[in-house]
Design a binder for this molecule. Sequence first.
Ligand SMILES: [Cu+2]
Length: 481
Amino acid sequence: MRNILLSRRGLLGASAAGLAAFSRRPRAFAASPPLRLTAGLRTLEVNGKSASVFGITGPDGTPGLVIAPGQRFAVTLANRAGEDTIVHWHGQTPPYLQDGVAETGGTLIANGADQGYDFVARPGTHWMHSHHGLQEQMLMAAPLIVRAAEDVRADTQEVTVLLEDFAFRDPVEILAELGGHRGHGAAMPGMTMTESGAAPMTMGTSDPGATMDLNDIEYDAYLANDRTLADPLVVRTERGGRVRLRLINGAATTAFWIDFGALDGTLIAVDGDAVRPLMVRRFPLAQGQRADVLLDLREAGAFPVLAQREGDRQRTGIILATPQAPIAKLAAEADSAAAAADLSLEARLSALQPLPPRRLDAVRRIALTGTMAPYVWSIDGRAWREHQPLVVSHGQRVELTMVNRSRMAHPMHLHGHHFQVTELGGKRIAGALRDTVLVPVNGSVTIAFDADNPGRWLFHCHNLFHMTTGMMTELVYDNAA
Ligand SMILES: [Cu+2]
């Protein structure tokens, strides 16, 4: 009885887009029920203290989803989180009304309601997270793995690692500490700002006098699959085996340096898009980004995969260990602070399947702006509530240059499209295809993409508190059907 009621309520609660998608679903798929995801509340133990956080669990009760090769993204999302939510499928390229964003036409899901989604899944290591309020800071995030046929054929052990930053205090309190406020908008006139507590850092070679701000929020812990280094996940592997790490930076505001210690990794994809294989041991992973790395475990032993917060000694991670290998305890702090996340890796990446060469139809340039005090972040000096959309036409090849005129780095994410990185600091490259790119302090990054997915799409900084105080605009098609 309860199930019938729920499903009826779910149908009523489903968005127009969801219903349209269901009615369009080919007959062959009608027989296989959609995968069920539940956004809910859970209790998590961190540093011996329990906290109430969100979570998104799949049909088997584990976080997120794994989608088989060729399988559609046919999902029913059940909101049991106790409040409204909406979940964004980061890295997917669905029709825009199914993107999981209320600001661009999606429908918020009320507590107790279900919403349906059905679109072609884009292969790769992706993730899902709330795009509502500050829920992402309360861990409403999970992996979204879409396997390709070659992943199944490859003789690898797949290990997914979701990195997050965690605070016991309410994210609303964090926002207040920063001096910011929600509503995607302008500073409050006459408001006095206190010191943010962010660590100023002296810049490198190009402008030794300038400073930048890093890590404007103090967290209580950094998590890898919900766990700290006090009790890390230990994945048993075979000696001589090969591991495919699917690393996801799902932290709300933290960029990490990934470190394999003595192991050589082979980076094979970023943001779900294949790159020319590249040997890596230590590299930055900005908020929202993913990296797929192959690791060969030739020797017996325990091999930590660490993620150290940029500009800091704090770290988290997991341990890969061959059978019976003893596990040594790892300190939660590294010996020395990591550098700021930079473009050292980005400059070496190149897409395995780059955009086909063609003439540019539209060239845009934007400045990333904003300040710590008042805590307001913006694009071209405009916060979201006064944003100027980036207008493109269906079929155009678009190039967009982002110039960072602020004192913090910004991981910029474009919804509904994957772009190629074509220029870093004025130097042309044939870079990676991806959906999120870091624009460092004093830096500029140019991306190119094909406007092939009509609708309205958010384009924003993936630092949650930068986005929420205004660093967000939208890409709009002027000739959308
Ligand atoms: Cu930002």
